[in-house]
Design a protein around this ligand. Structure first.
Ligand SMILES: O=P(O)(O)OC[C@H]1O[C@H](OP(=O)(O)OP(=O)(O)O)[C@H](O)[C@@H]1O
Ligand SMILES: O=c1cc[nH]c(=O)[nH]1
Ligand SMILES: [Mg+2]
Length: 213
């Protein structure tokens, strides 16, 4: 597994406002959207492309286009939905599949409550969107889900990660014969006793969409 922390002053600035507890949902949503577009630029560095012939107003030439099959973007509901538009801005022709997953806040185990994905992902490049990589349980399960269906290249785009979650992911994916890259705006210090990222930004889903009971 490859982890890429995007080191850029605009990312750092926007992330700082995002973390601030006084930042309200509308601003939080806008910042998450902008941050993802910045991360997407790095995350798509190895998107598959092929040559194509075109004619400019001056001369024929060989250009580059996204290769078939189209990449699949997979936001993890709920919080990953806040990253979808920002990703699609750079990959407007990608397909989108959905995975609904929730972490039990007592056991910290992730479970899947919804799925709308192609049955066959053979040969597909997948971009998984989830703002928080905390214990890593959710992302590990999502990656397993996609590779069990045949996905052969996974890039996860996250806003924040904890070192403990990255280590677990590395462990769980050790036998996997599929390249996995995690692109993240910042690697935080640690998890607290409740499995929250420190200093983090709190519950990403709640900050985007409000507290659910
Ligand atoms: O790395 P983990 O320890 O598994 O935790 C990370 C998960 O927790 C959050 O989702 P949550 O379960 O709060 O669902 P939500 O998006 O509906 O709020 C977050 O968006 C990740 O999916
Ligand atoms: O810090 C955390 C950990 C898990 N999920 C979140 O939304 N935030
Ligand atoms: Mg949540």
């Amino acid at each position: 597994m490859r982890t890429l922390v995007v080191d850029h002053p605009l990312v750092a600035h926007k992330l700082t406002v995002l973390r601030d507890e006084t930042t309200e949902s509308p601003t939080f949503r806008n910042l998450a959207d902008e941050l993802v577009t910045l991360l997407a630029y790095e995350a798509t560095r190895d998107v598959r492309v092929e040559d194509c012939a075109i004619v400019t107003p001056v001369a024929p030439t060989t250009g580059t286009k996204l290769a078939a099959p189209r990449p699949l973007v997979v936001p993890i509901l709920r919080a990953g939905l806040g990253m979808l538009d920002g990703m699609m801005r750079l990959l407007p022709t990608a397909e989108v599949g959905f995975l609904g997953m929730v972490r039990n806040e007592e056991t910290l185990e992730a479970s899947t409550y919804a799925e709308r994905l192609p049955d066959d992902l053979s040969g597909r490049q997948c971009y998984v969107l989830d703002p928080m990589l905390a214990t890593g349980g959710t992302l590990a399960a999502a990656i397993r889900f996609l590779t069990n269906r045949g996905a052969d290249h996974i890039t996860a785009v996250c806003l924040l990660a904890a070192p403990e979650g990255c280590a677990r992911l590395e462990d769980e994916l050790a036998g996997l014969d599929v390249p996995v890259t995690v692109v993240v705006a910042a690697m935080d210090e640690r998890l607290n006793e409740k499995g929250y990222i420190v200093p983090g930004l709190g519950d990403a889903g709640d900050r985007l969409y409000g507290v659910v009971g």
